[in-house]
Design a protein around this ligand. Sequence first.
Ligand SMILES: Cc1cc2nc3c(=O)[nH]c(=O)nc-3n(C[C@H](O)[C@H](O)[C@H](O)COP(=O)(O)OP(=O)(O)OC[C@H]3O[C@@H](n4cnc5c(N)ncnc54)[C@H](O)[C@@H]3O)c2cc1C
Length: 687
Amino acid sequence: MSNHKLADPSYNKQEVSQMWETILSCLPHWFDNITKDEKKMRKKVTQRYANMTLVGSMLLILLIPVWRRLAQRLHLRMEIKTNIICIITLWTAITVGATTLQSQNDLLVIAKRLGRIPVALMPALLLLTSRPSPLPTVLYLTLLPIHKWLSRIVVIQGLLHTILYLFYFNHKGTMSKVLKLENIYGIIAMVAFILIAITSLPRIRRIAFKVFYFTHYLMTWVSVLALYFHARPGIPVFTSINILILVSQIAYRVHYTTLTKLTVTPMSPTLALVEFPINSIARSMELPVGHVRINNKHRGLKALWYHLVPFQHPFTVSSLPTDETVKLIVRRGTFPLISNHHYYITGAFEPELAFIHSKAKKNKSVRQPLLGGQFGGPMDYNITAERVLIIVGGSGISFGLPLYRLLNYNGISVRLIWVCKDIRDLNILNWFRGIQGIECYITGENDIEVDYYDDQKHGLDAPTIEYYGSLDDDASEIDFTTLGREYKEAHNIGPSSPLSLSSPHTVLTPMPSLSPLKRVPKYDSAPVKKVPSFKRLAQAKSVPVLHPDRLLDKPSTKSLNFHENIHIATSGQCSFTTTPPHLAHLPRSELPEFEKLKLPASVRVFSGRPNLGAEDYDWCTQTSCIGPRIEHGKSVCCRDVQDDGAHKRVNKENVWVIGAGPQGLVDEAGDWAKEGGLRWHGESFSV
Ligand SMILES: Cc1cc2nc3c(=O)[nH]c(=O)nc-3n(C[C@H](O)[C@H](O)[C@H](O)COP(=O)(O)OP(=O)(O)OC[C@H]3O[C@@H](n4cnc5c(N)ncnc54)[C@H](O)[C@@H]3O)c2cc1C
């Protein structure tokens, strides 16, 4: 370029404006002169991308079980945050691609696609909320994060579609088109989307769950129908799929719902036990810790309304699939559960547990069980876990109890730590069997008297775990946490230190001081030798708590009468009567109050919060040696096949930490497990 040209200011201006024109022509813009053929072509391409989005999104969702299995095989374990980033990236890439590819930078084409692609994603969105999930071995709740993020992308696309069209009408000077009937339907659909988005915000969802739920469901129907009347060219196929999914959900719900009378027994000021016969469940359970969804019985139009809108309260089944009575442990909330009243029960819904598989799947895709699966009874499952540490808080015990009982039965080394505020909640343990060795941590102030009774002499089979060192009969010597005195002195840990689910790596160093505390698994069903005397918690002042023992007017040291009713049927089914026959006519909620809390002696109660640390980590990674093992088709004692004794470390791939209950506890336990390289499963009872 010559110096003369550079010096010319008008030439420079020309250059800059040419450069801007080139840049702007690369960006999407309005094309004013388009031939009819071009229009036809663009319509076809838009439809093709919408169809591809529909098929692609449905395939992606239907293949979720395959992705999961692949990730398991490759030992790919993603943090929740990473998982969410992947979901957002994948679906954003799909929608941006489907919106912009072959758009030739025509803003009108992009505006049309921004409307068409979300419509094509609606069937996938609805499929992700189906109950139960149509995907094998996938719990519907685990699909909700994908549903949430995909919905957000759909709402943003819909908004951009509306904004671009408003600009287009303005550009063309045809703003009055907004009031055309088809476009009013579009506005209705957009308003429905916005209402769904606003009421789904975590804060609103938590405070006003009912508002969130009803808005969500009704606005889903409104948007599906409004989009049908808005979209041009029409969308009969998309709408048919949407309606098919929604109607099949109603049909499923009606088919698998029964009207059942519930028995509600208050256990403590916060917990209640809800019972009903197992044959009231329309869809039988194969696995433990499934859940049922409950709703009030209504009459007339209200009944019809509640059949259409799937608003129900989910509660985990705390009994085992083999028990004759379904038991739920329910934290009292605003949903009124009244004894001897009828309720609609839908389900049961199977859980998603990566380490327990039903017997039906034996010899199929499931790995051979490490332990368990060898007794041949109805409680016999394929279990691929070697050791399981269960940590639950509050009503999370409903998830922990059945797992604990079942794993114990199947010979898996298992510990259950239950953290609760009110010692009276422990009353619930009197209504279950196979609970020996449960560790309960009471975090609130308690001044109720506790009496222990011997629950072991009835020959309950579950193996218990005995702890030496930290438990002493002398109250002044009682160590109220799982850590030993030496360890706590060395680390300044008080008797009731705050819940600190610390990384095992940070506490592993002072291991030698932990040796006197070593936990010794106990394989027979003899009574536990050392039970913490509970004088510190058991003060003179009594707080009334319902207890059946008082009804029986028996000395408190005796076993509860209902435990004497336990019988194991020859089929292997376990059942027991919970109310003495002469009192059966009394509604449970009217049982007289009692003044002392009675607890099975095999339950361990501690004051304060548990400290998950080196001791627990060590327990998790110790080799278990319980019962016979199948080697080369023969049943042999596991001690005989372990050349280096019972202290060999287990494969951490087979050690599971389970958390259930309050979100904070679940998150912290999850972090502790993952940092230690252990497998993790969390249930926070939230959606
Ligand atoms: C799979 C699963 C299993 C559960 N198991 C148990 C259990 O065994 N024991 C137990 O005490 N609780 C359990 N819950 C929680 C229980 O469903 C809710 O606490 C209960 O529905 C609250 O009713 P409420 O009228 O008191 O709620 P509200 O006072 O109206 O709301 C309180 C909170 O409860 C949650 N909630 C309310 N309604 C529902 C609903 N229909 N579906 C999901 N969450 C809801 C919301 O997070 C809300 O913020 C479980 C939840 C889920 C998702």
